[in-house]
Write a protein that binds this ligand. Structure first.
Ligand SMILES: [Zn+2]
Length: 211
């Protein structure tokens, strides 16, 4: 398919940044050459299913040396970013059918080409919702969310950001008991989405909490 996802675009952007940093700090041509080769391999793998012509376009990343050439490259690949899966309000309601007083997001205000997962907060109930694609379906998780304007490592993107505590209650091993599992995650899900360069960390975070 001739398209990339938000996190793949972020990955490409992170690689252009690596090249910019290398060109401004490394003088050794063989080191630069090795880095370019490594990045070329990574990008090849990413676009392996695309037509040769499109692959060539993506592989021009090896000519990035500074901010200007990086921006030129990124503006060429940006149109290939496909929007986040189309979800309707009914689908979300179904996904969270066990939640009392479910309140969905303003779907028309979401920048679909800038997200790998969807998240919103219901201020009335202090609930935070997370929806993500997983193996051809969508998965949803909800928990309580509290922010104290602190910075910490986010459990989803693993970057040091403004975070809040996302707590999920699950049934304990003994009947009638509950355990609460809390994780710091970015307060702003758009910032978090900009930090994501693969879906792996997102799934590593979500899947254990869903069981
Ligand atoms: Zn994050």
């Amino acid at each position: 398919m001739e398209a990339i996802t938000n996190e793949q675009y972020n990955f490409l952007q992170s690689r252009t940044q690596k090249l910019i940093n290398a060109y401004s700090t490394v003088n050794d041509q063989s080191v630069l050459h090795a880095l370019k080769q490594l990045i070329e391999e990574e990008v090849k793998e990413l676009v392996s299913v695309m037509s040769l012509e499109t692959q060539q376009l993506f592989l021009t990343i090896t000519s990035v040396q500074d901010k200007i050439t990086a921006d030129q490259y990124l503006s060429k690949v940006k149109p290939y970013v496909r929007p986040f899966i189309d979800v309707s309000e009914d689908q979300l309601k179904k996904l969270f059918s066990k939640v009392k007083k479910f309140k969905g997001p303003a779907l028309n205000q979401i920048p679909l080409r800038e997200i790998s997962y969807l998240s919103w907060e219901d201020q009335g109930t202090n609930k935070r919702y997370i929806v993500a694609p997983y193996e051809n379906r969508i998965i949803g998780l909800q928990g309580s969310f509290s922010t104290k304007h602190q910075k910490n490592i986010c459990s989803i993107c693993n970057k040091y950001e403004s975070v809040g505590l996302f707590s999920v209650e699950s049934k304990g091993k003994v009947q009638g008991t509950y355990t609460i599992r809390g994780n710091y995650i970015c307060s702003d899900y758009l910032t978090c989405n900009r930090n994501l360069t693969s879906l792996q960390k997102l799934h590593d975070f979500l899947l254990p909490l869903l069981s």
